[in-house]
Design a protein around this ligand. Structure first.
Ligand code: FAD
Length: 395
């Protein structure tokens, strides 16, 4: 009976934090797994903040999926998924069609469009944009002076704001400030932060939010908050009252929205375009399809946020639940109980350790050592994935 079940074919779409963790865990349970990704590498976003300041190269921030496929024994297809036909248990790729018994959707999210977005760069979108930011920053340093504006926005349809990505904006601001100081040109640059909400960063909790002012002061960052952004121009951020923030380099992380493929599909989705799942990570009303990571509508407390470790928690919960269902074991896990925020907000010369859960929020400034802690995490994350995980005995 067990061996027949092991013949079940799992297809995972998306080769990021969520998809790779799910593929590894499913292999650990002994299933046949095919992972499909349009990139041939897993991009380790949390450490990509160091590409613009040249602390990491692009190659140091990725894990090649073919190495992971060999280590963990899953099949790999590098291709773009163009359609999910769940009623036929099939995904359509640009070059072929793939059938499955169980599907795991882990495609990440997209961003909402704003007028003039082409005049900005994002550290949270296409990985290659981190290289453009690096090169633009280098040009300004060569020029010897400049104005840099970094900000983030929301998606009005994402009512719980779980898809707001503010942390990387703060990290980039403080890292760039530190980098300019090291280059001896900090006083020749204006570094500005902008966000439409009145209290950006509040999601982290009361205590961390109150400390943000100290960071802005320390890294000499001016703030422009609480004013809606009406558009971007080549050298400016334009606010709703027509006031302008001049900028030679604008970095903007737009509010998250559903992946285009999901928006266009007939899968159940939220108004913002995120896949609707239950607490087991199963897509509502479709028993053999699970969705995990940034692609889903996160349901939980007001402070819940889409993060890499939550993507991994969901991969763990979903694989455990589907396996127990297949082998007829009653136990299930819920991702709701496991929601929390953990963030090491790096500044290039230190960091702040921030955590928030159902009971409390906490911040601990960690000058110098915090930076090395985050660096060590990056090393650990990459190497832990490259280590072959033994199968669970008896599986
Ligand atoms: C700059 C930055 C810093 C961050 N820092 C932290 C941090 O410190 N701590 C933390 O916990 N989280 C952090 N995050 C958040 C974290 O990176 C994300 O939550 C995480 O990457 C989500 O994983 P995912 O697998 O759901 O999506 P992704 O990592 O976005 O992966 C999506 C995958 O789907 C693939 N894909 C997309 N479309 C298609 C398609 N049509 N066909 C085939 N494949 C497709 C992509 O190639 C990719 O492999 C950070 C994010 C950014 C951007």
């Amino acid at each position: 009976m067990l061996n027949i079940n092991k013949m079940k074919k799992f297809v995972v779409i998306g080769g990021g934090f969520a998809g790779v963790e799910a593929a590894i865990k499913l292999r650990k349970y002994g299933y046949q797994v095919t992972l499909i990704s349009d990139r041939d590498y897993l991009f380790v976003y949390p450490i990509s903040i160091w590409i613009p300041t040249k602390k990491k190269t692009f190659e140091q921030v990725q894990i090649k999926l073919d190495i992971l496929s060999r280590k963990h024994g899953f099949d790999l297809i590098i291709d773009k998924v163009t359609q999910i036909k769940h009623e036929q248990n099939k995904v359509i790729l640009s070059k072929e069609n793939i059938n499955y018994d169980y599907l795991f959707i882990a495609l990440g999210m997209h961003k909402i469009h704003k007028e003039g977005l082409e005049h900005t760069h994002s550290i949270c979108g296409n990985p290659k944009e981190s290289l453009i930011i690096r090169d633009e920053l280098s040009k300004l340093i060569e020029q010897g002076h400049g104005k840099i504006a970094i900000g983030f926005g929301t998606n009005p349809k994402d009512v719980t704001a779980t898809a707001v990505r503010g942390g990387p904006a703060f990290e980039l601001l403080f890292n760039i400030s530190h980098y300019l100081k090291q280059k001896g040109v900090r006083d020749k640059f204006e570094l500005n932060f902008f966000a439409p909400m009145k209290e950006p960063g509040r999601k982290m909790g009361e205590k961390p939010y109150k400390k943000m002012g100290l960071f802005f002061e320390r890294y000499k960052v001016k703030t422009f908050v609480g004013k809606k952004i009406s558009r971007f121009e080549k050298n400016a951020v334009v606010f709703e009252d027509d006031s302008k923030l001049e900028s030679d380099l604008t970095i903007f992380i737009s509010g998250g929205s559903g992946h285009k493929l999901i928006e266009e599909s007939d899968l159940p989705k939220s108004e913002a375009g995120f896949v609707k799942i239950n607490e087991l990570c199963r897509v509502e009303g479709i028993p053999n399809v699970y969705a995990i990571g940034d692609v889903v509508e996160l349901v939980g407390p007001k402070w819940a946020a889409k993060q890499g470790h939550i993507a991994e928690v969901m991969a763990d919960v979903a694989t455990y639940n589907v396996h127990n269902e297949i082998i007829g074991k009653g136990r299930r896990k819920s991702y709701w109980e496991k929601l929390h925020i953990i963030c090491v907000m790096d500044s290039g010369d230190g960091a702040a350790f921030i955590t928030r859960n159902h009971k409390k929020d906490f911040i601990m400034p960690m000058p110098i050592i915090g930076h090395w802690l985050k660096m060590a995490w990056g090393f650990y994350y990459i190497n832990s994935k490259l280590k072959k995980i033994p199968k669970i005995p008896g599986m």
